[in-house]
Every structure is written in C-alpha cells, then in structure tokens.
Design a protein around this ligand. Structure first.
Ligand SMILES: NC(=O)c1ccc[n+]([C@@H]2O[C@H](COP(=O)([O-])OP(=O)(O)OC[C@H]3O[C@@H](n4cnc5c(N)ncnc54)[C@H](O)[C@@H]3O)[C@@H](O)[C@H]2O)c1
Length: 270
C-alpha cells in the first residue's frame, strides 16, 4: 500500500468520462487512483472539470489526497500551471505521468494541416513542455520519474492508417530516450509505456467486432484495460525501478514478441 509513500505526482488526463454499463475508464484516472492508494499525493490535471472531479471523488472516498487543476495540455503556459500547482499544493514533484493523447487518422497523402497541428499539440508538444517544466522541479527535490504514454502504434504501423497519431507516439519514444540521457545525472528517470490494444475510454467508439479482434490477436488472448497500464506506472514511479531509465515498456499481452504472421492464427480461435 505504500509503494509511493511521500511522493507527489502529476497525472495528465486524470479525469474519466462517465462510466457506462461497460465500466470503461481512462488510463489517467486508473493511474491516479492507484498512485493515491499507494500513498502519493496527486495533481489531477484535465481539461474537463466533471471528468476530473469524478476521479477526485473516488480518491477522496478512499481516504487519498488529490487536487484538481483545470488545464489544456496543448497550451504551454497551462503545462507550466500544472507543474506550479504541484509545488504550490505539495512543495515538490516526484512523478510526472504524461498521459494525454490525441487520435489522428489518415495516410501521409491525406494529411489535413489543421488536424496535424492539433494532434501534435495535444499529443506530443504537451509532453515535451510538461517535461520542460517538471524536470527542473524534480531535480531540485533530489530526482524523479517521468512516465510518457506512447503506444505500440509508435513502434510499428498500427491497425488503422493513423500517421498523425503514430508520429506523436514515435516522437514520445524519442523524447523519452533523449530526456533520460540528458537528465540522468540529476537522478531524473524517464521511461515510456507502450500500451497495446487496451479497452479504455480512448477507444469507446469501436465496434464489438473490432474489440474482439483486438483481444484475440495478442498471445495472451485476454482484454487489457486501464488498470494494466496503471500497475506498470506504479512500478515505474516507485523506487523499485530506481535503476531503470530510457526504456519503452510494452504492456500489450505479448503482442510485440511476435512477428505479425505469428499472430494471425490467433484470430481463428473460437
Ligand atoms: N486505448 C488504447 O488502446 C490505447 C492504446 C495505446 C495508447 N493509448 C494511450 O493512452 C492514453 C490515455 O488514454 P485514455 O483512455 O485515458 O484517454 P481518454 O480519451 O479517456 O482521455 C482521458 C482524459 O484526458 C482529458 N483530456 C483530453 N484532452 C485534454 C487536454 N488537451 N488537456 C488536458 N486533458 C485532456 C479528457 O478530458 C479525459 O478526462 C492516450 O495517450 C492514448 O493514446 C491508448
């Protein structure tokens, strides 16, 4: 229960949309709840007040500590505001869970400039500027852990034609490695999690057929959800991972272990 005792964490996109009968939830909210259960004080950064308050209510009902900061992470001054809030409320910063992503579809020949700019701002620029403001604060309090949420789509072409999204996720992996190298001597660790085909609020619009295909294709054949990422984040945020920096951790039911052809038979199972 105390794996993050005395730590202060920022979670971006920490809110969750109203949960329907499918009990879907976001990665950020599951992570914020587990961080608080493990003893961290959490800054819940989100653009949507209702979503953020939903997570705060859950944490407070369990006796945890969390504050909401309303911010749009695509705006650099609002990234600054999120980091400032951690210092104002709790006096230091130990963990940054950089989670907000923005989906953008299309092949390179189809790219729409407005969509491209938006997806880059929300999904990549946000992570760069949150690192810019957070890392000096971490260094000032003896070190810290940054966890950037990428995707298997940042490592290989995904199952939809999504050049803008894939490029944000690939950029996040590069950001992770560069910042890990540049800030290691300040005892700031920077790692990335690459989720596989999770079932979360992010993909709430997909059909049941697509959902089944996403489950079946991976070696484990089970469906992943927000909690699977949250548990990995607890490890990377805690001192248990003190000697791990610059890695990209796939949390994907084994998908990345095989070649695409080695997985095709999985789709034929009943
Ligand atoms: N579900 C998957 O299969 C999958 C796979 C790989 C990676 N991911 C990644 O997981 C991450 C989180 O997904 P999720 O399901 O929690 O997302 P989500 O779409 O449910 O969003 C979570 C929260 O982010 C907030 N948000 C949106 N735009 C914001 C902004 N500009 N500023 C601040 N807050 C904002 C929303 O209000 C919401 O409360 C994303 O980066 C996504 O790319 C998901």
């Amino acid at each position: 229960m105390d794996r993050l005792k005395d730590k202060v964490a920022i979670v971006t996109g920490a809110g969750t949309r109203e949960m329907d009968e499918r009990k879907l939830r976001g990665v950020g909210s599951a992570t914020a709840v587990l961080f608080a259960r493990e003893g961290a004080r959490v800054i819940l950064a989100d653009i949507d007040e209702e979503n953020a308050e939903r997570t705060r209510a859950e944490i407070r009902a369990e006796g945890g500590e969390a504050e909401v900061v309303l911010a749009d992470v695509s705006k650099t001054d609002e990234c600054r505001k999120i980091v400032d809030a951690a210092i104002e409320h709790y006096g230091k910063l130990d963990i940054l869970f950089n989670n907000v992503g923005s989906y953008g579809a299309g092949m390179v020949t189809e790219i729409d400039e407005e969509l491209w700019d938006r997806v880059m701002d929300v999904g990549l620029k946000s992570m760069v500027f949150l690192c810019k403001y957070a890392i000096p604060e971490m260094a000032a309090s003896g070190g810290g852990s940054v966890i950037n949420i990428s995707s298997i789509d940042g490592m290989r072409a995904g199952n939809s034609r999504n050049v803008p999204y894939g490029i944000t996720k690939g950029g996040i992996i590069t950001l992770t490695r560069l910042a890990a190298v540049h800030h290691g001597r300040e005892n700031v660790r920077v790692n990335s999690i690459a989720p596989g085909h999770l079932h979360t609020t992010f993909v709430r619009h997909i059909s049941e057929e697509a959902r089944e295909r996403r489950r079946k294709i991976a070696p484990l054949g089970t469906e992943g959800n927000a909690w699977d990422i949250a548990w990995a984040a607890v490890f990377l945020g805690s001192d248990e991972s003190r000697w791990i920096s610059g890695v990209v951790l796939p949390v994907d039911a084994g998908l990345f272990a095989g070649s695409p052809l080695s997985m095709v038979d999985n789709l034929d199972e009943e």
